[in-house]
Design a protein. Structure first.
Length: 307
């Protein structure tokens, strides 16, 4: 390795690493930059009295030059993705094979769980954002207003990481595994300016805010669609149970009769069953597609672009 070719400052090293990772997943780039800056600044703090260029030259043999670090991260990312990704389903050429093959895709079930969970997480995120912003605005006239607002911004980054882990686990979209690096050597005012100037701060708040309406739509669509599909599928079983006396279509309470079931005629039951099966697999395709779209939304709002 040629030490002369090494960057002379940490910022230059990070710029070179960013350039070497050009074209890589933004979440991977964010993780790599965080690790590099954390390591280099920790080494600089421990070796007081030495310049950034001296520290970089000293640790380059163990940590590596920017292009070497970028190569390591790309290789590691490839190996990790191969290890954690579920085996891909065998590609099907026929239309029916592609339509029904969605049931063998693990991403389908991850998307179902995510859409069902999204209403609960969305309510939590929405409550956190609206409460945090309201209290921050109200407390700005007091001495505790600024510390409270900084705490709120810090917690939004924590929730961003939590949501990223959920999105990556259930939807398979690569999300950051480390936060954005915050230089501990700068003052509080500089930290405030840095967070306020970072568009990702506001895009994260926007994401947490819109998760409640999105979660309600996701949950309602998923529950309604699958309920109708399963209702159509079990209709013949309910019809048969009623005919043999295992199930009564009416219930009597204090002499008042309540209708429980309204089953179609026996002729339409086969068509209803087929419609239920088709709707079930169509819902799987729809849910998987929504999961992919939402993963892209999460990446665009929770991952710093251009890192």
């Amino acid at each position: 390795m040629n030490a002369v070719a090494l960057p002379s400052t940490i910022d230059a090293y990070l710029d070179a690493l960013r350039a070497s990772l050009s074209g890589a997943d933004p979440a991977l780039v964010q993780d790599a930059l965080y690790d590099a800056e954390e390591f280099l600044r920790s080494e600089l703090a421990e070796q007081s009295g030495q310049s950034e260029a001296q520290v970089i030259a000293k640790v380059a043999s163990s940590y590596g030059a920017p292009d070497e670090v970028a190569s390591i991260y790309r290789d590691t990312e490839y190996k990790v993705r191969r290890a954690i990704e579920p085996p891909k389903a065998t590609p099907r050429r026929s239309l029916s094979g592609r339509f029904f093959g969605v049931a063998t895709d693990p991403r389908t079930y991850g998307a179902i769980f995510y859409l069902l969970l999204s209403m609960a997480t969305g309510i939590i995120y929405f409550t956190f954002v609206t409460t945090g912003l309201s209290l921050s605005a109200g407390l700005l006239v007091l001495i505790i207003g600024i510390p409270f607002f900084l705490l709120f911004l810090g917690l939004t980054r924590v929730l961003s990481l939590v949501e990223g882990r959920i999105v990556e686990t259930m939807l398979g979209t690569r999300m950051p595994r480390r936060p954005l690096y915050s230089d501990r050597n700068i003052g509080w005012m500089d930290r405030i300016k840095e967070m306020l100037a970072d568009i990702r701060t506001w895009s994260t708040i926007l994401y947490l805010f819109i998760m409640m309406p999105l979660g309600i739509v996701y949950f309602t669509l998923t529950v309604t669609g699958f309920s109708i599909a399963f209702g159509f599928i079990v209709a013949p079983l309910l019809f048969a149970a009623e005919r043999i006396g295992w199930l009564s279509p009416h219930m009597h309470v204090d002499g008042i009769e309540f209708g429980l079931l309204s089953l179609p005629s026996a002729v339409s039951l086969p068509l209803l069953f087929v419609a239920g099966v088709v709707l079930l697999f169509a819902m799987m395709h729809l849910v998987r597609g929504i999961g992919q779209v939402h993963g892209a939304i999460a990446k665009s709002l929770l991952v710093r672009s251009g890192t």
